[in-house]
Ligand binder design. Sequence first.
Ligand code: COA
Ligand code: AMP
Length: 636
Amino acid sequence: MIGNSYADTYQASLANAEEFWLGAAAGISWATFPHRALDAERAPLYGWFPDGTLNTAYNALDRHVEAGRGSQDALIYDSAMTGARRTYSYADLTGLVADFAGVLRDRGVGKGDRVVIYMPMIPEAVIAMLATARLGAVHSVVFGGFAPKELAARIRDAGPVLVVTASGGVEPARRVEYLPAVAEALTLAGVPGLPVIVKARDGFASTAADHGWLDWDGQMEGARPAAPVEVAATDPLYILYTSGTTGTPKGVVRDNGGYAVALEWTLRNIYGAGPGDVMWTASDVGWVVGHSYIVYGPLLAGATTVLYEGKPVGTPDAGAFWRVIRDHGVNVLFTAPTALRAIRKADPELALLRGYDISSLRTLFTAGERLDTDTFHWAARSLGVPVVDHWWQTETGWAICANPRGLEELPIKAGSPGVPMPGFRLAIVDGMGADVGPGVEGNIVLGLPLPPGTLTTLWGNDERFVSSYLQAFEGRYATGDSGYKDSDGYVYVMGRTDDIINVAGHRLSTGAMEQVIGRHPAVAECAVIGLADPLKGQRPSGYVVLKSGVDLPEDVLAAELVAMVRQDIGAVADFKHVMVVEALPKTRSGKILRKTMRQIADGGEYSVPSTIEDAGVIDQLLGTLRPRNAEPGKGG
Ligand code: COA
Ligand code: AMP
């Protein structure tokens, strides 16, 4: 079933990694072309292209202008929230990025300095990222749906010299004021005086002047453009925080050279796109998908990227995606399955598609969570284009498994994100690290080294990098996902093996939510689990045991806990369901049996480990949790 092009390419990437990746490196313009691909000197911390130097923003912008394609569209901004639309050519975007880099430089930002970017989906977010990269500085973008405490945790860890933000974000039901949140975060992080640059937007109450901060437009007026700064391929390009199993987010570090090489390769070989093509990734710049395929990937390959500020439904209706595809001639669409499910729920027969010619669309890619087979069949049937699930993580930066459409159009199997991509030595192993056979589910692990473009470490914390990912299975990276391979080598990703859940394609830590809930004075102990949800994939659900003697109505407690999680983590956690239980099931060593609870609540088969402390708790839970199944995902 698997053809020669893919099989040969994959084999070549493993058998002769040096030749393979140095060949791929030719897709990038280097200041110094690397002589070596892999740097194994600090194994198990690997580096790529150790003697190469380049600038990633130059590769994303200037080099296309120098190649005579300055008038080609680079970025199309389309806001369903405000009605704004703007198109930037490569020449326009290069100029704006050089100017903003000049502003940053004049504010003291230099090579290696960190810049935190907390912005909604507006072009200035992309400009700020690329301007930071132009200076050889390191950006850390924080998703706008996170609360001040989460922003503060990232500021504390990254230690930025400056923050770039905007007046706020526009959600369907409300405007989200960013500036008070930034002020609170700076205070919480202990750096209230840090310089902040604010892109002003209409319709928000708080302004830069209110806080004594700098105005983006004012700064840009007299800007003196900055030239790209040459950096080592191994220097960091960005830090992107993602949920770990504890409340402390992990700062995934991405390098410059490996990332540029890998992404440029993926545009051509996975997405089948290049100069003249329009790629629309309907995500947010605050997530890895946004970093790789709204910003860096399409621009490195000289394609056009669409930046969409809006939702799949309700802005104004479930035809929004088809309108954007038609208006901008989108060739490749990349979205999350939850967005397709939202459209399907609102418009099951796709009546709203009829008004739009979407014949430009060649392929629909999905990621962020498993593409369930029902949604897969519905989308493939209704849209008439290949629907390609592919699996990756913030840590990997690009797809571990995919169907590389530009290389070879492999058969698509419903329920599978495809086959391993170059450099990923994927294996399925049992708890002891022994390989299991086809069809047997186990831990998905990746042999070291990981290919270029994947994380190089966690920011300032090599030990946590090693202990989180490299210790459980000797010589391999633990993905934290479980799954199996079929006899054709297709991989099936079934779920996480840890306490991370996926809500509407957003990765969240149940441990972080438990930390917040555990602070409530009435709560003795608690567990948060992710229950199956027909729209969002999973939804967090909290189970609390009250301290003895507490007499608080359940609905009052629930409202307080919901407000606390929203306040501390953010609206995006979507934490809305709380249930008081008499006890939580635990092993004799005190470990809460979250998996058993999830199985009971989801109404599936459940397994109770023999080490359970008190089997009677399961009977109580069966009585308490099972009734929810009448309305899965309804929440509280
Ligand atoms: N800034 C501030 N708040 C935000 C936000 C942002 N950038 N993004 C989401 N929120 C808020 C929402 O307003 C909502 O708040 P509410 O509880 O007051 O209503 C809450 O966070 C949950 O938002 P969301 O998960 O977007 O749910 P929804 O019900 O508003 O919309 C979908 C459901 C399916 C339409 C939406 O989740 C979606 O478009 N998902 C695609 C996800 C995606 O692209 N993921 C990227 C990974 S590839
Ligand atoms: P994030 O780091 O936010 O991209 O989330 C990564 C996690 O999302 C993975 O470890 C998986 O659990 C899940 N995930 C992402 N894409 C897929 C997919 N295509 N199929 C199954 N799970 C996915």
